[in-house]
Design a protein around this ligand. Structure first.
Ligand code: HEM
Length: 189
């Protein structure tokens, strides 16, 4: 009986008078606020699994690179501003702990690419929380962009193809823009 109905449906289709809705193809729509295509978002989330298995080492690597290029930023960190040498920084428990906290924030952000309302709310709030840091400026967020990409490259190795690099570049820019907006909007109130 089910088969009969199926035949009827297909005959209707041929005549152009469709009684049954055709199944729609799987939707590949993304939120228009997302600067990634559906495929790029999928690849980003798949690639991030490689980073989420190495959060601490990637985060420490990122901060070492940040302080290597911008040693003045070290002074903002009460807990480890006295760690002048790279060796001291690399073996500091406090720095590792902070690096993991920041990486967990990025982890939440990247997992939130599927739900941009939550993504914006969460990262705006993290951006705003930097208002409590004496001397912090919104532009400092951009200083982590290059160290982040270099640390990801170190962790992913061969998996960091030019396509993957491009997707990470778009994603970190999007995350930093959101942190900056959160910081600035908190500033305005
Ligand atoms: C991807 C960008 C960043 C994210 C996701 C991020 C995230 C966070 C989070 C979640 C905290 C709170 C930690 C806590 O309450 O224990 C924090 C604190 C802090 N962040 Fe950031 N941050 C970012 C970039 C930066 C940059 C570039 C600087 C450099 C100046 C910075 C400076 C600080 C400082 C000084 C603190 C306070 C640390 C403390 O109280 O011990 N952040 N950050």
């Amino acid at each position: 009986m089910g088969c009969e109905l199926g035949k009827l449906a297909s005959r209707d289709n041929r005549n152009g008078a469709r009684k049954f809705e055709e199944p729609t193809p799987p939707q590949v729509q993304v939120d228009p606020r997302l600067p990634l295509t559906a495929k790029q978002k999928y690849n980003m989330m798949a690639s991030w699994k490689g980073i989420s298995r190495a959060m601490e080492s990637t985060g420490v690597c990122m901060f070492l690179k940040l302080f290597e290029e911008h040693s003045e930023l070290l002074l903002l960190f009460e807990k480890f501003k006295s760690l002048k040498s790279k060796e001291d920084q690399a073996t500091s428990l406090e720095l590792a702990e902070h690096a993991t906290t920041v990486m967990s924030t990025l982890d939440e952000g990247i997992k939130g690419l599927d739900d941009l309302d939550t993504f914006f709310e969460y990262l705006n709030q993290v951006g705003a929380s930097h208002r409590r840091i004496p001397g912090f400026k919104a532009e400092y967020f951009w200083r982590i962009e290059k160290p982040f990409l270099e640390a990801v490259e170190t962790t992913l190795g061969d998996r960091y193809t030019s396509n993957v690099e491009n997707i990470y570049k778009i994603t970190i820019k999007f995350i930093i823009e959101t942190l900056v907006k959160g910081f600035e909007n908190a500033n305005a109130t």
